[in-house]
Design a protein around this ligand. Structure first.
Ligand SMILES: [Zn+2]
Length: 328
């Protein structure tokens, strides 16, 4: 008889996809219950193996005729994690695009319960969305909430994604940076970085639009000077839209722009690329992180080699178009 069922609150939820009628163990996380197979859990997770190897006390809690084990984890994280274990198709490897909540839940729980293959798969999902080279920048599918991603990266020590994700945080509304969702230490880093990004770094990336005043060998000086003035005005508008520094002006920005003479175009493209590269190289340092090579080594140690897979580039123009579309 389930004598202890009477003590269990009635607002409990049996998680339908994780309620196997022939399961012999009930797990509880917050108000959610999961009826599962202990042998499979023990085979996947050494932590569960240890936990379940203790004999169940005679008068221990039970539910639906099965021993009931309380877990201190969030119901949402545990749901994603158990689905990844018991439903093979639920947590497919990259390049399948998964919601942040799923990857975060599986990553937190697989780290805690030491399910290494899931932890690694989740880390690949995380790492694929945040570039580690300037070449990949703008080609990845970053999730919408950089604060949640930064917190997750800190939690699992995935430092290699922090330069990019913290630079996204730095562009958020100051009130958002101070609402407590970001740690005080990271909020401080973001505020300091924000000052530098808005002043010194923007001018670095856009330096090529002003200097030199006349490019040596220019074929149409008057036309090119006029065009560069127009470019500057356009770039200043983008600065006001708070487009991230490295998105301000990149290789794709030239597409669809009126072109200066070929001498100026070559010179400006080269100066623009050098300015962006210098900013990229300094990005980790701006957030108190080790240099890119060290971060890359950390990622390799955790995940092995990940081949780059560029997709369509996200430029300043289409970021602004997307922002405008969201406002409409
Ligand atoms: Zn020219």
């Amino acid at each position: 008889m389930d004598a202890t069922n009477a003590e269990i609150p009635q607002d409990l939820v049996q998680e339908e996809a994780l309620w196997f009628p022939d399961g012999t163990l009930v797990l509880r996380a917050e108000t959610h219950l999961f009826r599962v197979f202990p042998g499979i859990l023990a085979a996947k997770s050494p932590v569960f193996q240890d936990m379940l190897s203790f004999p169940q006390p005679q008068n221990g809690e039970s539910y639906d005729g099965c021993p009931l084990v309380h877990l201190p984890d969030s119901a949402a994280d545990m749901t994603h994690f158990l689905k990844a274990i018991f439903h093979y198709e639920y947590f497919e490897p990259w390049p399948t695009k998964l919601a942040f909540e799923i990857v975060a839940g599986v990553l937190r729980m697989s780290q805690k319960y030491q399910v290494d293959h899931l932890r690694k798969r989740a880390l690949v999902h995380l790492s694929r969305r945040y570039p580690i080279s300037l070449n990949e920048f703008g080609c990845t599918y970053e999730w919408e909430d950089p604060i949640a991603v930064a917190n997750l990266a800190r939690h699992v020590a995935a430092d290699w994604i922090l330069p990019v994700v913290l630079s996204s945080c730095a562009w958020l509304d100051p009130a958002k940076l101070l609402d407590g969702s970001l740690t005080p230490a990271d909020a401080l880093l973001c505020f300091r970085a924000r000052d530098q990004l808005q002043t010194y770094w923007s001018s670095k990336v856009l330096h090529f639009l002003c200097t030199p005043s006349r490019i040596l060998g220019c074929k149409t000086p008057e036309f090119c000077a006029h065009l560069r003035l127009e470019f500057r005005s356009q770039a200043e508008d983008w600065c006001e839209e708070h487009v991230r520094v490295l998105n301000l002006w990149d290789e794709e920005t030239w597409d669809g722009m009126e072109e200066p003479c070929d001498v100026c175009l070559t010179s400006m493209k080269s100066a623009n690329a050098a300015g962006r590269q210098e900013c990229w190289n300094n990005l980790p340092n701006l957030f108190g992180l080790p240099n890119w090579q060290t971060l890359l080594n950390m990622r390799k140690a955790a995940l092995g080699f990940l081949r780059t897979s560029p997709v369509s580039r996200i430029t300043a123009q289409n970021i602004i178009q997307r922002n405008l579309a969201m406002k409409l």
